[in-house]
Design a protein around this ligand. Structure first.
Ligand SMILES: [Zn+2]
Length: 222
């Protein structure tokens, strides 16, 4: 049993076992995972932190990737129920919420910078100011916001926190939901058959050999 509250240094480092669990959770091999910023009470990863620049050179703005299948499917239910539309309407109408969400965006960028420093990636100017999930003004992917909230802890991303509260029927942080949540038999996936992840990655990632274009392609989406 490990405590999960503050993610001390030694629990951030992905072990070989962590990487295997991640590939089983996602059904594909993982690459460029540099930290495990949130864990189940049992110690298994909930969120993977990907390097801000992949080993093939591609800038990668989506730092916090929700990997636990129980949480990802629960968050998908919220998306299917239309929660993002509701959040976007509230962001447009509620200045306090909008300001808190902009702060979450700033936090995301600072956390990514810190991960880049710790993993010796260095600056990634192509994604300066670009976070993920629709931040700072829209909600485009709840999985991204939940991944951020689990990594950052409560009180940082108001809409991620809200989504976590919204899935309490299916997942809560105080319990382990790992048993049976992914295939633990046979070899872990070693070939990437999935092509893309489910979490609404920005257009500048997930394609081979992206052409470096003007900054307007990295403007955080529309
Ligand atoms: Zn667990």
């Amino acid at each position: 049993m490990e405590e999960n509250t503050t993610a001390p240094e030694d629990s951030r480092q992905p072990s070989a076992h962590d990487l295997e669990v991640l590939s089983r959770q996602l059904g594909r091999p993982v690459r460029d995972v540099v930290e495990i910023p949130a864990r189940c009470v049992c110690g298994n990863p909930l969120v993977a932190a990907t390097a801000p620049r992949l080993s093939n050179g591609t800038p990668f703005p989506t730092t916090f990737y929700l990997t636990h299948p129980v949480i990802t499917s629960a968050v998908s239910r919220l998306e299917a129920a239309g929660l993002m539309n509701d959040m976007n309407e509230r962001l447009a109408a509620d200045e306090h919420l909008a300001a808190a969400y902009r702060s979450a965006h700033d936090h995301y960028l600072a956390a990514r910078w810190a991960i880049g420093e710790r993993s010796a990636i260095g600056p990634v100017p192509e994604i300066d100011g670009v976070s993920a999930g629709g931040m700072p003004t829209r909600v485009k992917c709840l999985h991204v916001l939940v991944g951020h909230s689990l990594a950052a802890g409560p009180g940082v991303n108001p809409l991620g926190d809200e989504a976590i509260a919204g899935i309490s029927e299916w997942w809560t942080a105080d319990r382990c939901y790992c048993d049976g949540a992914w295939d633990t038999t046979g070899d872990a996936p070693s070939r990437d058959l999935s092509r893309h992840g489910p979490q609404g990655l920005p257009e500048i990632v997930g394609r081979p050999a992206p052409v470096r274009k003007a900054a307007d392609t990295a403007g955080g989406g529309t």
